[in-house]
Ligand binder design. Structure first.
Ligand code: CU
Length: 496
């Protein structure tokens, strides 16, 4: 139906155009061809003047109407130290190109009106004018030179890298289809090494875990930064071109696979301060969801954002991330809540290169646990058996696993602390395999532990070793979990 109407309308318009043409031809025949031409020139010249006024009026009106949508105007204030340098550059350029825009458009339409074809008018023949050429070459050249030089000045200021001496926070942003992954350096302040060949499902950035700088790196889902601190962002990409874009901070840099880029900026307004500024504008004092009476206002809901400014694929829009600028105290509190990715997802798994050692903080923490457990046992009249939590043997053998030494060292310290304590070391197995083999294995294991303690300087007179095979299960031998409970090494306090 709509199509039919459209076709009919087009046909009608065509008929009207043809008819007008015929009438004009007829009128020209009556009045004379030349008169008709001049009359038409005159009408067009006047219409051009009308168009000029309407057009320039519309330009000014739309500029005023959208004034709060231009970067650097109204609520679009920059939130970084260098932001105003970029905004000023845009404003100066807009000022000069605006003047040129108005002058050239006024002249364009004025000339079309002033020099329209009229009876008796003849064109001036002017083959060349040096003065005119110089004027219209030199003036734009001087203005352009001024714009370029001041632009270069702003560029050098904005793109300056950090001084190695100065204090700054370095973070990393990796773009991929379709997300940004921020990475923070953790307590050491240094980002660990990466290699794209190490990228796997659990190692999205290809971090090299043998580089200890990686172990405390944080991978939060949002970017949180303290106000007033210089930030250097390392920008990389895992697949295609992306663009790290923080519009409110006037930060924009390509993320290129295989070619790390960076951007340095200093946020100078917290999210809350920016919201308070937006509050002054009526267009931000409307509810986010007008149908919900509880809905927050637009200014309350505002958040800085990280976007991708490179059309990188069909999920491009979903690369948005929230950026929060907070006070130094809030930043520290947020940092303290973050868990290093390594300790959350890699530690103790097959990807962990450090399964044979404990880190200092783990040793401290587990030593505290050991001491508390032992103190509890000493205080308890009825109980006197301490089951080791971290003393283990290789499968079917009496060889201690490498990390077993830590808990045994805790015991050595405890024996030194209580010089009269005498203990019996006991080995236990589950019920799998031959009874006799299990009996021998448990004896050997208790002996190995005793030897270890003796080598650490504990007097042999305070130690006894015994194997109990599978005779003293703690749990059922029918389940994996039960058997794990039953395979154990423990010590019994004989006297204090
Ligand atoms: Cu992208």
């Amino acid at each position: 139906m709509t199509a039919l109407f459209a076709i009919l309308t087009i046909i009608l318009i065509a008929v009207i155009v043809v008819q007008i043409g015929r009438v004009t031809e007829l009128a020209a025949k009556i009045r004379g061809e030349e008169d008709m031409q001049f009359l038409s020139n005159s009408r067009h010249a006047n219409l051009l003047l009308v168009f000029m006024v309407l057009f320039l009026g519309a330009v000014i009106a739309s500029g005023l109407y959208y004034k709060n949508y231009f970067l650097g105007f109204g609520p679009q204030d920059p939130a970084s130290v260098h932001g105003s340098a970029i905004d000023n550059m845009f404003k100066v350029t807009l000022f000069f190109t605006g003047i040129v825009f108005f002058i050239t458009h006024i002249l364009l339409f004025y000339f079309a009106w002033r020099y329209r074809g009229e009876r008796g008018k003849k064109a001036v023949f002017m083959p060349h004018d040096n003065r005119l050429e110089i004027v219209w070459t030199v003036i734009p050249a001087v203005v352009m030179a001024f714009l370029v030089i001041s632009g270069l000045d702003a560029w050098n200021e904005v793109m300056a890298d950090v001084d190695p001496e100065e204090e700054f926070i370095e973070i990393e942003a990796t773009g991929w289809q379709f997300a940004w992954q921020p990475r923070y350096p953790g307590e050491d302040g240094k980002l660990g090494k990466k290699d794209f060949r190490m990228i796997t499902g659990v190692n999205q950035l290809g971090q090299d875990w043998t580089d200890k700088k990686n172990l405390d790196d944080l991978m939060p889902q949002e970017i949180v930064l303290p106000v007033g601190k210089k930030v250097r962002v390392r920008i990389t990409s895992r697949d295609v071109l992306h663009n790290f874009y923080l519009p409110h901070f006037r930060v924009k840099m390509d993320a290129v696979p295989g070619m790390p880029t960076y951007f340095v900026f200093t946020p100078n307004k917290t999210t809350e301060e920016y919201r308070q500024e937006l509050r002054n504008y009526p267009e931000y004092q409307v509810p986010v969801d007008p149908s919900d009476p509880e809905s927050p206002m637009l200014w309350e809901d505002f958040n800085y954002e990280l976007a991708c400014a490179e059309l990188c694929g069909k999920g491009h829009y979903s690369m948005k991330r929230v950026v929060r600028i907070v006070s130094e105290e809030e930043y520290q509190a947020w940092l303290d809540q973050q868990q290093p990715y390594y300790f959350g997802s890699i530690r103790g798994t097959e990807n962990d290169p450090y399964t044979n050692e404990w880190f200092d903080f783990e040793i401290k923490q587990r030593q505290t646990e050991f001491n508390e457990k032992l103190e509890g046992l000493i205080a308890d009249e009825g109980e006197n058996i301490f089951v080791f939590d971290h003393v283990n043997f290789e499968v079917g053998s009496a060889n201690l696993t490498p990390v077993s030494k830590y808990e045994l060292d805790f015991l050595v310290e405890a024996l030194n602390k209580y010089p009269n304590m005498q203990i019996e070391l006991a080995g236990h197995t589950d019920s799998q395999g031959e009874d006799e083999v299990n009996q021998t294995l448990s004896e050997q294991r208790a002996q190995v532990v005793q030897d270890y303690l003796r080598n650490k300087g504990v007097s042999e007179s305070r130690l006894r070793a015994a194997g109990y095979g599978e005779t003293q299960p703690l749990d059922s031998n029918d389940t994996d979990a039960g058997r794990e409970q039953n395979r154990r090494t423990e010590f019994r306090i004989l006297s204090m």
